[in-house]
Design a protein around this ligand. Sequence first.
Ligand code: CMC
Length: 391
Amino acid sequence: TDAFTYDPGFTSTAACESAITFIDGDKGTLLHRGYPIGQLAAQSNFVEVCHLLLHGELPTAEQYEKFERSITMHTMLHAQFDRFFEGFRRDAHPMAIMVGTVGALSAFYHDSLDIHDARQREISAIRLIAKMPTIAARAYKYHIGQPFVSPRNDLNYAENFLRMCFAVPAEDYVVNPVMAKAMDRIFTLHADHEQNASTSTVRLAGSSGANPFACIAAGIACLWGPSHGGANEEALTMLKEIGTPDKIPEFIEGVKAKKYKLMGFGHRVYKNYDPRATVMKESADEVLAAVGDPNDPLFQVAKELERIALNDEYFIERKLFPNVDFYSGITLSAMGFPTSMFTVLFSLARTVGWIAQWQEMIGDPTQKIGRPRQLYTGPTERDYVPIQNRG
Ligand code: CMC
């Protein structure tokens, strides 16, 4: 067994080759297919980024139109899907609904289960990207006890999603353009992040030949954890608990005493400012000015907390910087989303990254079933003792 390298948390193991996303954690660089995330967030849009991640290149105008149309053609859910939602308890966490319902898509699209058919894989990718907003909005409406709002395919991806979440049937709802832009950016910022825990989960599940819907459901389950996608929910809860800037020093002392972590800070790969956090902070500013309170006490606490932490030896020594989740919670909250929806939105956006990575893996002849080894620490071989002889 000594022949195996012990690498808990896979901090030094590359499990695949990938041409999708590049991160230089020391410099704080994030590139998708070579394009810096800052440029994509400022100049591109989520659907274009989906094309880039899936197909390797930014689309031409004609390709864009065709790609967007193929997404809008698949936004509806089968009518029988209602029963899945109705099976959940009224107060179910929307992430619990996501894990179950996305996995259940495999029960509807049998052709897609043939993962060796490239055309079917492509259709599954489109179906997932198209249906995630509908499922996520439906989980939200179910959670708050409102009737479901159907998708509107004349709206763009972010606008349609916001409308499905916030429109009340029979009432006019006009999507606020600042909200739509911020939503699209949040989706773009979360679209992919190379071999993080949930993406590795999707790859591992997919390595056995499991169908794409089941693999993405596995990714959603992994994302739910507070060390991963659940961190934005935790970060906002933390800011609320701190409450006012004068409580920050006391809170920081608790972090140093390792009583709790500073949520939204630190990253396995970034040992510098997370480039997504820079854009997220700008979006928080824009959204609060347009639909929230620019003097929102939580935003003040966040900015002050960041300032204090970035100047504190404890955080400098450990290279702890704000990550994407530090400001996303404040933004989403100002947009009207409850904290329970934060990770759902992350899963919606990350679906394209998961499916692009899954596609890449299926097309890579060097990939085998994922099968880590272990260093065994249990008893050596011993004989079975009948129950009456055990002392
Ligand atoms: N607050 C306080 N101390 C921290 C934090 C934090 N957020 N993160 C790491 N540390 C300390 C840690 O205690 C350790 O200290 P010491 O050397 O004294 O033992 C040192 O920094 C190194 O940390 P680590 O646990 O070895 O780092 P890791 O790479 O295993 O963990 C992480 C990465 C993201 C799980 C961790 O930083 C964390 O839990 N952060 C808070 C949760 C969070 O914001 N997660 C979102 C990540 S970005 C989006 C996503 O991936 O979903």
